[in-house]
Design a protein around this ligand. Sequence first.
Ligand code: 13P
Length: 285
Amino acid sequence: MNTILSTRQMLLDAQAQHYAVPAFNIHNMETLQVVVEVAEKMHSPVILAGTPSTIRYAGPAYIVAMAQVAAKQTTIPIAIHLDHHEDFDAIKTSIDLGFRSAMIDASRDPYDENVARVKEVVDYAHHRDATVEAELGKLIGQEDDLTVSEADGAYTDPDTAADFVEKTGIDSLAIAIGTAHGLYKGEPHLDFDRLKAIRERVSTPLVLHGASDVPDELVQKAISMGICKVNIATDLKIPFSDAVKHYFQDNPKANDPRQYMTPGKEAMAAIVAHKIDVCGSANRY
Ligand code: 13P
């Protein structure tokens, strides 16, 4: 028996014990159920993340209600998190409905504006016992509504990161060290020296976005160097969709969602279990 949590304690625990909490982007009830079921079996804390388009698609109240049911039925820590939100009003609406974790992504704004917009969200969220993540630097690639071209991408500067955390009072910092949203054209190269320099200057939990399609050893190395939240979206979406497509190829007359969704759920379950292993978050609760 549990309630929806903020990410505060789960990230501090992960940071202290050198593992990462996986944050899976959910898109519907099926994804949410699979993620929670596997995390529970593996005794792992878990974050269910929703981009603005997911929140619009399902409706924030539905997501909160589903997460409340999931939390009540389990003893693992569960947070629902607003991923890559740029609109303060949408964040307020979702926090008022029961979200206790939000990312305000103002990374496309000039630095001072980024600081001011993030601070505004921090003040609102902290008064409601919710946590805030913000990004410094810009990951390239596409995450739902958000597209950043290679030319617009930027790595996180360690000195600026320290200033940013101090001025905003955020609870976690998303950093750009070479990962990208979506699939990679070649082998990703992560700037571990930069991660080390950021970690030396910033004690706030650090977040790795764009963890899909990154070799496990690189994700694990980043975790060993201080990343304590790992975001995964594409690696769930593709196997889910492929399994459903295959089902229809084999059963062209299928029309029962309970049947054609099942292989999709099974495909996601295997990935969720693998990512929990990579994050080292199993058997923590
Ligand atoms: P991927 O789709 O590359 O896993 O990125 C997920 C993410 O960072 C969500 O914020």
